[in-house]
Design a protein around this ligand. Structure first.
Ligand code: ADP
Ligand code: MG
Length: 448
């Protein structure tokens, strides 16, 4: 085998082609059609092997052999001879490629996310339980399992936790974790380099398929079709599929209906922002993992947990920020004064006392158990509509925003629609006590 990794070969060949291109040795059309499509397959004691697309390409390469050899020689800083060959003439070619695809598909699990370090609270209890149950009894109860919720609430963590659990407890089972955008690239690239059948075969062999942020699959039609077929095959074999998304399956935009209806056939569970106790427990967990020497006083954790509980990523980020400041200034103990001072200069934190559209949306979503995307969508079910009217009302009342600007914040609604939402709430508050209660609870939560 070669002394060069696949990556290195790719880099070497890219440099060589760039030089050839810059030297204008070839017509642009010849270059793009034949030269650019070639691949450096190997470099060994006998020289380099370059794979070319077809017979015509081969003859173009043969005719220009010396300039290509010289250019590759410059990149490698040594003289080298090249053999140009067609893919079909390399007998172990498919094997090599399969190997590399396997690495791409199987090696994406992050060790750091496990069930052990996932703090369970009211907001995520259902999704954690469902995830664990799928990890333990794949394909038996909920297939697919669909976990949805706003960004930063632990969906990716749970997917990796499932993967790591399986890896540890049933290592003979094959887990594939893949981020939806990577899935699209994988499909696009493998169609281009004609390895798509291998990719499909590798995925079809999975016992667990973990697909993260499925809403991003909307960018790839061909990928959706391939995903649809893979999905059906896996489900038919009782293989476990777990999907995450920032929105409930019924509201996925740009995803084929036949896929959405299949997602709905399993179990969908939501994941919410952590309540105060869970936020606090998460902070403690994260601190434990970091193993810092600092003594942090309890009110500091309370302060962070109260201020940033809407998003665990933010919660963690701010804890890190505080610890970074502590490393910098080395206080004997991190107390509330130090924390407040540490966050004072931060523009993100400075605005925490101020009411913003984001905060209003967040509070309304929390109250109604919705995601931000739902709130901004065109969905008209009573629960979502009411929540949206209230959010619009609060933006107008407390931020005094123009109706058009509010409209832009809520999925591009026009001035009159926003105005009628506002008026509707104004009226309902006077007429219905439940409504008045809902609004005042949200206002209380927002501190207004
Ligand atoms: P999402 O995929 O929903 O956007 P992530 O899974 O990436 O969110 O989580 C963001 C960060 O918050 C990660 O570092 C994750 O470990 C952490 N996190 C989220 N929920 C929890 C939890 N319940 N316990 C511990 N850490 C959590
Ligand atoms: Mg995620």
């Amino acid at each position: 085998m070669s002394n060069y990794s696949k990556n290195t070969l790719e880099i070497i060949w890219k440099q060589t082609l760039d030089k050839l291109n810059a030297g204008a040795f070839f017509d642009a059309s010849i270059f793009n059609t034949y030269i650019n499509e070639s691949k450096l397959y190997d470099i060994n004691a006998n020289g380099a092997i370059v794979i070319v697309q077809n017979f015509i390409a081969k003859s173009v390469f043969e005719q220009n052999k010396s300039v290509i050899e010289n250019t590759l020689g410059e990149v490698l800083d040594q003289q080298i001879s090249i053999t140009f060959t067609l893919k079909k003439d390399i007998k172990d070619y498919t094997e090599l490629n399969e190997e590399s695809k396997k690495i791409i598909l199987e090696d994406k699990l992050l060790d750091k996310y496990t069930f052990d370090n996932f703090v369970v609270g009211h907001s995520n209890r259902e999704s954690q339980a469902a995830a664990l149950s799928c990890a333990v009894n794949p394909g038996e109860f909920f297939n697919p399992l669909f976990i949805y919720g706003n960004s930063g609430l632990g969906k990716t963590h749970l997917l990796h936790a499932i993967g790591n659990y399986v890896k540890k407890n049933t290592p003979n089972k094959k887990v594939i974790y893949i981020y939806s955008e990577d899935f699209i690239s994988l499909i696009v690239n493998s169609i281009k380099d004609k390895t798509i059948e291998e990719v499909k075969r590798v995925i079809e062999e999975a016992d667990y398929l973990l697909i993260d942020d499925i809403q991003r699959l909307k960018q790839g039609e061909r990928s959706q079709e391939i995903f649809f077929n893979l999905y059906n095959k896996l489900i038919a074999k009782n293989k476990q599929i777990i999907i995450t998304s920032d929105i409930h399956p019924t509201e996925l935009k740009g995803i084929e209906n036949r896929l959405i209806s299949r997602f709905n056939s399993g179990l969908s569970v939501g994941i919410d922002s952590p309540e105060f106790e869970t936020s606090l427990a998460i902070l403690e967990k994260k601190l434990e993992e970091r193993n810092d020497q600092f003594l942090i006083e309890r009110p500091v954790l309370d302060y962070i947990a109260t201020t940033y509980s809407s998003d665990v990523r933010e919660l963690e980020g701010n804890l890190n920020k505080l610890l970074f400041k502590a490393i910098l200034y080395n206080p004997s103990v991190i107390d509330l004064d130090f924390a407040i001072l540490a966050f004072k200069d931060d523009p993100n934190v400075k605005s925490t006392g101020k009411l913003t559209v984001t905060k209003i949306k967040k509070a309304v979503c929390d109250f109604y158990g919705l995601t931000k995307v739902q709130l901004e969508s065109k969905q008209r079910t009573a629960n979502v509509s009411n929540a949206r009217h209230i959010a619009i009302y609060l933006c107008r009342k407390h931020l005094d925003m123009p109706f058009t600007k509010i409209g832009a914040e809520f999925g591009g609604r026009d001035h009159s629609t926003v105005m009628s939402s506002f008026e509707k709430v104004n009226k309902l508050i006077k007429e219905k006590e439940v409504f008045e209660n809902a609004v005042s609870k949200i206002e209380k939560k927002l501190g207004v």
